[in-house]
Design a protein around this ligand. Structure first.
Ligand code: KG4
Ligand code: ZN
Length: 347
């Protein structure tokens, strides 16, 4: 198990984490890397629009942030003066959403005189695998991280907590978008990823065949898949208007099968090229049962060591932000009050 505490004076470290990069307002408190509270407020408002509306997300964050942070502190049973640091998502994400979290974190930092800890959202999805939990084995370095969310699809080589290298990424849509857009074409509400996963359980994954993109190396592409599903369904529904309804399980299973294969093919390339067989996943799509099953199978067939985070740490949450804050605090890697949100952010 890697040493993740360099806390020499043995006093407990309390970190408040705030996450507001997309459409979830979240706050969590970690004590020495262990969760003592974890609160998420989801924004239902986007469902009726079939996707996240940035302006509405920002407004909802403004409404949610005070009660969410307040509840996280109350559930943790601590007062602000116990906190050692305030971690917040600096980027990448929606500017208006990030701005709410950053502004609030800065105000608390000024009012309570507590240092700021800026966090990279995608690194947090990877380091969520280190949230201390007796039931889980923590990954050792180096490992390969497959980060799959609504905004990102990357294969990252993690050599250390803060030494990470992107080996491959999507050239167009993220894998979560591929799920959500396919679901939208089938008339399912947003976010459609979990629904495709649910319908897949009843369906035949080999019933319909969708093409895999021809992208070299470890990069991904998902826009072609979405287009091929659209054309296929336009043709089929012209012949039979009830085609989707009658085949929703098989369609879902076939789409999920194709996406999972695309991810696994690239991961296998990464393992071959780096010789690293230790795999961790992160991001909302890592809740998907198909990818989890495929990874467990690869653990048996290919002798991989696979680390799957708990479901509550796969989608956006503030515990992962507080986790990175906890590590940065120990390295005294603090932020400043002139920090601004970053829609795009280098690794
Ligand atoms: O990491 P996340 O919560 O937010 C972003 O940073 O994007 O990921 C959200 C994405 C959405 O696209 C959602 O449809 C997808 O994760 N997702 C799933 C599943 N659960 C969430 N996709 C497929 N299967 C799931 N079970
Ligand atoms: Zn995310």
């Amino acid at each position: 198990m890697p040493e993740i505490s360099i806390n020499k004076d043995k006093q407990s470290i309390y970190i408040l984490g705030i996450e507001s990069s997309c459409d979830d307002t979240a706050a969590a408190v970690l004590k020495d890397g262990k969760i003592i509270s974890n609160v998420v407020a989801n924004q239902k408002i986007h469902e009726e629009y079939g996707g996240v509306v940035p302006e509405l997300a920002s407004r909802a964050h403004q409404q949610n942030i005070v009660p969410v942070v307040d509840l996280a502190l109350k559930k943790a049973g601590i007062s602000p003066k116990d906190l050692n640091g305030i971690a917040f998502t600096e980027g990448p994400g929606l500017l208006g959403s990030l701005l709410v979290g950053i502004s609030f974190a800065k105000s608390l930092s000024m009012a309570w005189q507590i240092p700021l800890l800026p966090v990279h959202h995608m690194k947090a999805h990877i380091l969520a695998n280190f949230i201390q939990d007796e039931t889980m084995q923590l990954p050792k370095f180096p490992f390969l991280a497959l980060t799959i969310s609504g905004g990102h699809t990357q294969i990252v080589q993690a050599n250390d907590f803060f030494e990470m290298k992107v080996l491959g990424e999507t050239l167009d849509d993220a894998v979560g978008e591929a799920f959500d857009k396919s679901a939208k074409i089938m008339g399912l509400p947003y976010p459609g990823g979990p629904l495709i996963d649910k319908y897949s359980l009843e369906g035949n994954p080999l019933k319909f065949k969708f093409p895999k993109p021809k992208v070299a190396g470890m990069n991904f592409s998902f826009s072609g898949l979405k287009t091929s599903i659209l054309y296929f369904l336009q043709k089929k529904t012209a012949e039979n208007p009830d085609f989707i309804k009658e085949n929703i399980a098989d369609l879902s299973a076939s789409i999920q099968y194709t996406i999972v294969h695309i991810l696994m093919d690239k991961l296998k390339i990464a393992v071959n090229e780096t010789g690293i067989k230790r795999i961790a996943i992160g991001g909302g799509v890592s809740a998907n049962s198909g990818i989890r099953k495929a990874l467990m199978q690869a653990e048996k067939d290919c002798d991989w060591e696979v680390h799957l985070p708990k479901f509550e740490f796969t989608t956006d949450n503030a515990a992962m932000i507080a986790m990175v804050g906890y590590l940065k605090y120990q390295y005294k890697d603090f932020g400043t009050l002139d920090m601004v949100p970053k829609a795009r952010m280098k690794f």
